[in-house]
Design a protein around this ligand. Structure first.
Ligand code: COA
Length: 282
């Protein structure tokens, strides 16, 4: 792998003063702490010299497949040997400090995007699952290809969203719809995502970039101070308790890693692929 291939976030600033930031991490754009920290660090840099708009995007098939599940399990070769793929059943998961570090990386990245004084558009052309969906939720607007798929499948691993999903999804689409998606872990296509308010606009796959740039350039050409103030008023005005909500979620995310269901769910994912875990029901 060349050094250029190893950059988890590719950043281009266009002549229209739009930043296009593209997630790049392996086959499925899994959101490791390193990727999330790159997003947060980049956003901190943009805040010093704000562009007119930011477009956050991923790959054509995968915006991002969620938190990097490899970070959930204690290192292979640990003294217990329980995470050896040949052993069956549950995985030994990382400790609370490591889980909290994952939640905090998501939180830092999401809040860095939210606090930017310019519009942030998530351009989603494929799967935005788990943490991928949560990162898109931290954007101001979501434009999706008609091939995009959204979901919070954490429950299928015996855990819960820990990247802001219980808070931002609820605020965006309402508690009942958020519970439907989070309790079932089901995936929704672009049309349903649009119908329930999870995405703002659905565009034919081949026209996605054109439409995103059209909107981003329009916003970048607008009154920037007013745009920043409107964004801050909308974000801060209606959700004084988002931070408190994120505290609650962070602790719940740490706690869920203590459960047998999480160990079984993550273990099943790693051995048999997504969505096949059989939980104890306890
Ligand atoms: N973290 C780490 N690795 C992941 C991953 C994740 N979030 N999601 C997928 N992968 C890995 C798979 O285990 C697989 O690894 P392998 O090639 O070593 O077997 C590889 O990426 C490709 O995944 P695969 O399922 O074969 O690809 P696909 O193109 O058929 O499907 C997805 C892609 C994204 C639809 C599917 O992988 C998926 O549903 N992933 C799980 C998403 C999820 O549950 N996210 C929440 C995490 S809390």
């Amino acid at each position: 792998m060349s050094q250029a291939d190893d950059v988890p976030l590719e950043v281009v600033r266009t002549d229209d003063d739009v930043v296009i930031a593209t997630l790049r991490n392996g086959k499925v754009n899994a959101l490791s702490n390193r990727v999330l920290d790159a997003v947060a660090d980049a956003a901190a840099e943009w805040a010093q010299d704000p562009p007119g708009a930011v477009v956050l995007t991923g790959g054509p098939k995968l915006f991002a497949a969620g938190a990097d599940i490899d970070q959930f399990v204690a290192a292979a070769g640990d003294e217990s040997g329980e995470n050896d793929a040949r052993s069956s059943g549950a995985d030994t998961l990382v400790d609370g400090d490591a889980v909290r570090a994952i939640a905090r990386s998501f939180r830092r990245a999401g809040q860095a995007l939210e606090s930017l004084g310019c519009p942030v558009i998530a351009e989603v052309s494929g799967y935005a699952l788990g943490g991928g969906c949560e990162l898109a939720l931290a954007a101001d607007l979501r434009i999706a290809s008609d091939r995009a798929v959204f979901g919070q499948p954490e429950i299928l691993l015996g855990i819960i969203p820990g990247g802001g999903g219980t808070q931002r999804l609820t605020r965006l689409i309402g508690p009942s719809r958020a519970k439907d998606l989070i309790f079932t872990g089901r995936q929704v296509d672009a049309a349903e995502a649009h119908r329930i308010g999870l995405v703002d606009e659905v565009v034919a796959h081949d026209r996605l970039r054109e439409r995103t740039m059209e909107l981003a350039s329009e916003l970048a050409g607008g009154p920037r101070r007013a745009m920043a103030l409107a964004k801050a008023a909308i974000n801060d005005g209606g959700q004084g308790s988002l931070d408190a909500g994120l505290d609650v979620e962070e602790q719940a995310f740490v706690d869920v890693f203590e459960t047998d269901d999480a160990a079984v769910g993550v273990g099943s994912f790693r051995r048999h692929g997504p969505g096949k875990a059989a939980f104890s029901g306890r």
